[in-house]
Design a protein around this ligand. Structure first.
Ligand code: PLP
Length: 285
């Protein structure tokens, strides 16, 4: 793992430094994984910078877009992913934010020959394919197991049922809801946003000034405790389930909007429970 910058992004400079340190230690760096939409904050790594380093060092450049990759179905998000066209492989999970039942991850590789060369096996019980087989991809040759579930079928049904326009509408509605929640939290005055709300994830906390007693600055420990309590009260309430996280030592609350059947009503409820729980935390200070 490589340390990130203030925006929680992997940078070209940090990657270069890590590779130099590995080489100095006698190691041979061969793989880098940049992320388009990290789990904690949906941050976007410096994908063009990573691609540049990967190309000059000749290392495999994978882009993990497990969550946010679904947003790329909408043209307006594509500029955020500049640099992915230089990746060796790219992955996103249709089961996260693209209306498909768990599990269904889509992997793209620039050159599948590497996988086939490493993973295909030829045995007597697999008859040789006749004629030109380039039309057929034997995915058993791209992976360790021979057998595969037919996940493509359910993804095909999602595409047929919703169409590109339906999937785009689904993504855009969640982003709208997330931005709405962000606005409401800011308007409340007791919360601050800790990471830009770009997709369906809102990352925030109770503000230090709200937790501070009198004129004294609040300790990080007290601030973190108050925010952990906020999450605890929301979850004990039972009407929603939230997770907190740690961003360089700072406790942050995460609301992830992405459920297939979630509506604005659900987000209204999240806001109500957050406000009520915030009042409880503040009353106990
Ligand atoms: C950025 C990112 N990568 C990977 C994963 C895990 O994906 P998988 O279940 O396909 O391993 C997640 C979340 O589950 C994620 O947010």
């Amino acid at each position: 793992m490589i340390a990130t910058d203030d925006g929680l992004r992997l940078t070209k400079q940090a990657l270069q430094a890590a590779i130099a340190a590995d080489k100095a230690a006698g190691l041979i760096p061969f793989f880098v994984c940049g992320t388009f939409g990290t789990t904690n904050t949906a941050a976007i790594d410096d994908l063009p910078g990573i691609a540049e380093v990967a190309e000059s060092e000749q290392i495999w450049n994978h882009v993990d877009a497990a969550y946010a990759g679904a947003a790329l179905v909408c043209p307006e998000f594509r500029s955020l992913a500049a640099g992915i066209e230089r990746a060796d492989s790219f992955n996103f999970n249709a089961h996260k934010w693209m209306l498909t039942n768990f599990d269904c991850s889509a992997l793209w590789v620039a050159n599948s020959t590497h996988l086939v060369n490493a993973l295909s096996i030829h045995r007597e019980y697999f008859p040789p394919a006749e004629g030109d087989t380039s039309f057929v991809k034997n995915y058993r040759d791209w992976q360790l197991p021979l057998g595969r579930r037919f996940r493509a079928l359910k993804l095909w049904f999602v595409m047929r049922m919703y169409g590109a326009s339906g999937i785009r509408a689904h993504i855009r509605e969640h982003v709208r809801q997330a931005k709405w929640l962000e606005e409401q939290l800011l308007a409340d005055g007791r919360f601050e946003i800790l990471a830009p709300t770009v997709f369906g994830l809102v990352v925030f906390r109770l503000k230090p000034s709200v937790i501070a007693k009198g004129d004294k600055d609040v300790d990080l420990e007290d601030l973190n405790k108050a925010n952990n309590d906020l999450v605890k009260y929301c979850n004990v309430d039972g009407r929603l389930f939230l997770l907190s996280t740690l961003l360089k030592g700072v406790v942050a609350v995460r609301v992830a909007i992405g459920s297939s059947f979630g509506t604005q009503k659900n987000v209204d409820l999240v806001l109500d429970v957050l406000k009520e729980s915030a009042s409880k935390v503040i009353a106990e200070l």
